[in-house]
Design a protein around this ligand. Sequence first.
Ligand code: TYM
Length: 349
Amino acid sequence: MNEAEETPEAANGALAPRVFSGIQPSGGLTLGNYLGAIKRFVEMQNSGIETIYCIVDLHAITVWQEPEKLRHATRELCAGYIAAGLDPGKSVLFNQSQVSAHAELGWIFSCVARIGWLNRMTQFKDKAGKNREKASVGLFSYPTLMAADILLYHATHVPVGEDQKQHLELTRDIAAKFNHDYGVDFFPLPEPVIEGTATRVMSLRDGSKKMSKSDPSDMSRINMTDDADTIAKKIRKARTDPDALPSEAAGLEGRPEARNLVSIYAALADTSIDAALQQVGGKQFSQFKPMLAELAVEKLAPIAAEMKRLMQDPGHLDAVLADGATRAHRIAAPIMERTLDIVGMVRAR
Ligand code: TYM
C-alpha cells in the first residue's frame, strides 16, 4: 500500500490530480460524445495530467447487448478514442471488465448507497420508462458501479457532459458516506468537469432533446463514422427557425435549435459562442448551414477515416486495451485492497 494513499491529506486536496472518465460501448459514437466528452479527454491528456479513460462494457450490459455487437462496439470505441487524439502511451485506455476490481468495489458501494438515492436518478427514470418492473437490477444500481469506476483510482477530476452531473453528485455522496461510516478519509470527493460550449449537444430534429445514440432517428444525430455527404445532409436537414442568427448569445434565448447549431459550430471551431456569433451573426440558416457542414466535415472526416483504418486491425486494439488494463489494475489494486481492509474483510498478510 502506497503511504500517500492512506493519509487523510491524500484523500483530499493534497492528492495529485488524476482524471478518470468513461463511455459506454452501446452503439456508435455521436457528436455529443465527441464534443461533450472525448474532445475534453484529449485536452486533459495533453495538459500533462494523469488520465485514465475507460470503455465501460459492464455498464453497457445493463440493457441487452448482442455479444458480437458489444465486442465490435468496444473495439470501435477504442478506435474512436485513438483516432480523436488519445494516445495509449500517455493515457491509460482500457475496458472496464478487464479490471475486476470495478465490479468488486461496485458491490461494496451498492451496500453504501441508499435505495432512496438511486430512486432519484433521472437517467434510470428515462431509460426504464414506464416499464420499471422489467428493467434490469443493473440499470437501477448503475450509478454505484460508476462511483466505483472513479473512486477505484482516487480520481480527482471527471470530464463528462451535462447529463452525467447527477451521477457525479451521487459518486461524491457515496465517497462521503463511506468515509463517514468507516471513520476514514480515504476516498476523495471527485470534481465533475463540465466545461466548454457543447456540454449538452441536442438532437438535430428537436432542440429540446439530447442528441443520443439511442434515438430511433439517425437524422437526429451525427455519428462519428458518418461520411462527409451524410454529415452535410444531416446538417442541411436540421430543424431551425425562420430568423437570421443573432450577433450576441442573448439573442439565442428561446431558440433551442439555433443555440444548438451555434454551440456545435463554436465547439468544433474551438471558440466561444460570442466569438462564433461575431462571425456568423446576421446570417440566414441557408448561409450558416453550409459553413457548419464544412467545418464539421473538416474536423470529423479525418477521425472517421482513422477509425476505419484502426478497425482493420482488431488485434492491435485488443492489445492496447490489454496493456491499459494491466496499468489500470496496478493503480487500482492497492486501493481495492485497502478498501477491503477498511470494511473488515480478512486479508492474507
Ligand atoms: P455515455 O456513454 O452515455 O456518454 C459518454 C459521455 O458522453 C457525454 N454525452 C454528451 N455530451 C454532450 N452532449 C450530448 N448529447 C451527449 N451525449 C453523451 C456524456 O455526458 C458522457 O460524458 N454513465 C456514463 C459512463 C460512465 C462514466 C463512468 C463516466 C460510466 N462510468 C465514470 C464518467 C466516469 C454514460 O452513460 O456515458
